[in-house]
Design a protein around this ligand. Structure first.
Ligand SMILES: O=c1ccn([C@H]2C[C@H](O)[C@@H](CO)O2)c(=O)[nH]1
Ligand SMILES: [Zn+2]
Length: 139
């Protein structure tokens, strides 16, 4: 699937956003290695903190549906931003955990602008799953 088509799917997912506090709607579409599609939207909460971003909704949904970590081809994200929307820091850390570091993150906005960066480009000098696994080896 090309980046534009995956962004179209993310735009569909954006319609499902539950954002009564910020009114800022975000959609995400995660493409599996097997061609499966996993949609996510942001889901807000009156207590604010429990809010889940569109990216994490798509990722957690895919994992819960039985897709193994790092079995994804790409994720597209769309929001009504001036420049193509960039994932928040928490989502970057989750992307690094559950996706391959060279996986493309396709970022878009409603004007049709697109920026593509890899997961590791979005979170340089990261704390990684490997750092914890090395500690396990010392015990
Ligand atoms: O990349 C982003 C940035 C923000 N949000 C959501 C969180 C919150 O519901 C609203 C405003 O930050 O947008 C996302 O879902 N993804
Ligand atoms: Zn986020």
């Amino acid at each position: 699937m090309n980046p534009e088509k995956l962004l179209e799917q993310a735009l569909e997912a954006r319609n499902r956003a539950y954002a009564p506090y910020s009114h800022f709607r975000v959609g995400a579409a995660l493409l599996g290695d097997d061609g499966s599609l996993h949609l996510g939207c942001n889901i807000e909460n009156a207590a604010y903190g429990p809010t889940n971003c569109a990216e994490r909704t798509a990722l957690f949904r895919a994992i819960a549906d039985g897709n193994p970590p790092r079995s994804f081809q790409a994720i597209a994200i769309i929001g009504d931003t001036e420049a193509p929307i960039a994932p928040c820091g928490v989502c970057r850390q989750v992307l690094l955990e559950l996706c391959r570091p060279d996986m493309p993150v396709i970022m878009g906005n409603l004007q049709g602008e697109i920026v593509v960066m890899t997961v590791s480009e979005l979170l340089p000098a990261a704390f990684t799953p490997n750092d914890v696994q090395q500690q396990e080896g010392k015990q």
